[in-house]
Design a protein around this ligand. Structure first.
Ligand code: 5AD
Ligand code: SF4
Length: 458
């Protein structure tokens, strides 16, 4: 990295409609909120703008364009963005030429209404319209006119764009976009449109070139990655092809949906050493009645069946999940079923949320009848229960030797570094002579519910 700028991959593409003096070389700063799809999209946006000579910047100061790549999944996520826009309004007062753009799900959901909510926004661009960014930026510079592009596409996958990746060791590859599931609480199908997949061959080639660049671990990304499909291949085929093409790389994938997770996928994982034995499998609720109202299309029996089958095939496999508390009509009994489920399955980790009604979803028409206090009390109970389970599971690793891939310096101290096990556990070890990207065998000494602490195994 030089001068706080990422290197640009490929040569800037000349385009006659762009004035190189005003545009090429402009610095783009992106703040990304929400899911990994958004992180991957920000890399795609930088790749796309890089082709037009723009440079990625890691600091706001001296940037020509500031993008917020936003999330709409819960009201709180949107509140955070509005607060950020308020702070940026002060910045824009002092730097009136800076262009401020809102990308991602909030752009798609609120469209031009965003202009009324925040006067400082110059660009509003939804997830399927990023190819328009160079022309839209140019237009703001030339005319001062605000730009909006929020059409959803049935075909856009940005297949030809080389993302500009910030990480040098791990990489995301977006393999499909959109979601057709329409879970009744979820805004994603409305903000990211219908499912569409990239060709397996292209994805395999991307993995091979990342391998050559020295990347050690790849995560295949999709909103509902298990429903990936190109003309010849389903998701297990794709996963197997990628894993076989780069046998010395670790392969992960996210996010799974229990309805689409097949035995074939578990078998594909089981027979390949380099596919990480970890599945993020959102369950959302432990009550079949609530799952039906959520339109999740599986029962708890089916869900636990998948977990049991996976554990039979791969005894070391780790599971994490997502849970929503306080969905409309959720009773104390339903809540207890969720608590029983997490005690029964013993997830390694969980992301837990209070239900947040989202306009235009089916659940929005239901009465949001669980009070905020009850939703949050149930959430606390679930968080506390899960914490104990995570600690219990992590304790089982004490005195065990594991291999980790070193990813970064520890956030808390430069004397320590952070790596991850195959099963996605975060491990802290003394830095010693280790470098980012090394595989190290470590002996686990102590744990808490989120992290393992270790020393190098001799
Ligand atoms: N309220 C609360 N949580 C939600 N999620 C999605 N939509 C909502 C909502 N309206 C959660 C789900 C999903 C995760 C990404 O976010 O648990 O799996
Ligand atoms: Fe939302 Fe359900 Fe699609 Fe996940 S599967 S993105 S929760 S609609």
């Amino acid at each position: 990295m030089k001068d706080n700028l990422f290197d640009i991959i490929g040569n800037p593409k000349e385009r006659s409609s762009i004035n190189p003096e005003t545009v090429n070389g402009g610095k783009i700063y992106i703040e990304t909120y929400g899911c990994q799809m958004n992180l991957s999209d920000s890399e795609i946006v930088l790749g796309l703008l890089g082709e037009y000579g723009y440079i990625a910047s890691v600091e706001i100061e001296n940037s020509d364009v500031i993008f917020l790549n936003t999330c709409s999944v819960r009201e709180n996520a949107e509140k955070k963005i509005f607060n950020r826009l308020k702070a940026l309004a002060h910045y824009k007062k002092k730097n009136p030429n800076v262009i401020i753009g809102v990308l991602g799900c909030m752009a798609e959901r609120l469209k031009d209404n965003l202009l009324n909510k925040s006067k400082i926004v110059d660009l509003i661009v939804g997830p399927d319209e990023y190819r328009k960014l160079p022309a839209l930026i140019e237009n703001v510079i030339e005319t001062g006119e605000k730009g909006i592009a929020v059409k959803l596409s049935k075909a856009e996958t940005y297949d030809d764009i080389i993302p500009i990746r910030k990480n040098s060791i791990t990489a995301w590859i977006s393999v499909m976009r959109g979601c057709n599931k329409f879970c009744t609480y979820c805004i994603v199908p409305y903000t990211r449109g219908r499912e569409r997949s990239r060709k397996a061959k292209k994805i395999v080639n991307e993995a091979i070139s990342l391998n050559r660049e020295g990347i050690k671990e790849i995560t295949l990304l999709g909103q509902n990655v298990n429903s990936y499909r190109d003309a010849e291949n389903d998701f297990p085929d794709l996963l197997g092809m990628v894993a076989d093409a780069v046998p010395d790389m670790r392969i992960r994938y996210v996010t799974s949906h229990p309805y689409d997770l097949s035995d074939k996928l578990l078998e594909t994982m089981a027979v390949r050493k380099n596919i990480c034995k970890y599945i993020h499998l959102p369950v959302q609720s432990g009550s079949d009645r609530i799952l039906k109202l959520m339109n999740r299309e599986y029962s708890i029996e089916k869900y636990t069946g998948i977990v049991e089958k996976a554990r039979k095939l791969m005894p070391e496999i780790a599971f994490s999940t997502d849970i929503i508390t306080g969905f409309p009509t959720e009773t104390e009994d339903d809540h207890k079923m969720t608590l029983d489920l997490i005690k029964n399955i013993k997830f390694d980790g969980a992301f837990m949320f209070a239900y947040s009604p989202r306009e235009n979803t089916k659940a929005f028409k239901m009465d949001d009848d669980v009070t905020s206090a009850i939703k949050h009390r149930r959430l606390e109970e679930i968080i506390e229960t899960q914490k104990k389970i995570s600690l219990e599971i992590n304790k089982l690793n004490i005195n065990k030797t594991m291999q980790i891939l070193i990813e970064t310096l520890s956030k808390k101290s430069p004397e320590f570094i952070m790596g991850r096990t195959d099963c996605n556990k975060t491990v802290i070890i003394p830095k010693s002579n280790h470098k980012i990207g090394d595989y190290v065998n470590v002996l686990i000494e102590r744990v808490n519910s989120a992290t393992l602490f270790a020393k190098e195994a001799i």
